[in-house]
Ligand binder design. Structure first.
Ligand code: MN
Length: 191
């Protein structure tokens, strides 16, 4: 199957000032599009051509994995953002408090994981088979599904994600992302 750029549920300038139109144009419009184009080119004529994106991420390695996982991760990231952040649903707040002591503590631990990740990668909130929530860091294109975890939310901390708007200030970018997360979507992904 041919993989396509996902449609954003908001206008390209709707996340500003936290995430500018220019960042969306480059990060979503160019970086993500390139991963998708590379993936389509790499899987053509291989058994992966008939696989879902999830299957490719779970089974591939090398360049196919890198481009498939970057397609998956970015799609998940952009579709979890909203210009109209609503208060966190009680169900999610209760689960986060149970796992991390409080919602505030979760936000602080997640921020630490996202800002502290060395080099390029992703910070995630995940749920395991037993419903245990964890904060996970992955390097480069890494995706927690390859460790049997279900992603609930992610923040991209590759430099290309924040250099246009924040230059080297990754912490300011992470704080802005946390104000753009659609908590209702995150909550809806809980088992
Ligand atoms: Mn990115």
């Amino acid at each position: 199957m041919k993989h396509l750029l996902p449609e954003l549920p908001y206008a390209p300038d709707a996340l500003a000032p936290g995430m500018s139109r220019e960042t969306i144009e480059f990060h979503y419009g160019k970086h993500l599009q390139t991963y998708i184009d590379n993936l389509n080119r790499l899987i053509e004529g291989t058994p992966f051509a008939d696989c879902s994106l999830d299957e490719i991420v779970r089974r591939a390695d090398g360049a196919v994995f890198n481009n498939a996982a970057q397609t998956w991760n970015h799609t998940f990231f952009f579709l979890t953002l909203t210009p109209h952040q609503a208060p966190m649903p009680e169900k999610l707040a209760a689960r986060l408090s149970e796992a991390f002591g409080s919602v505030e503590n979760f936000l602080s631990e997640f921020t630490k994981a996202a800002t502290g990740l060395f080099g390029s990668g992703w910070a995630w909130l995940t749920e395991d088979m037993d419903g245990r929530l964890s904060i996970v860091q992955t390097q480069n294109a890494g995706n927690p599904m390859t460790s049997g975890l279900t992603p609930l939310m992610t923040v991209d901390v590759w430099e290309h994600a924040y250099y246009i708007d924040y230059r080297n200030r990754r912490a300011d970018y992470v704080a802005a992302c946390l104000r753009l997360i659609d908590w209702e979507k995150v909550s809806g992904r809980l088992k």
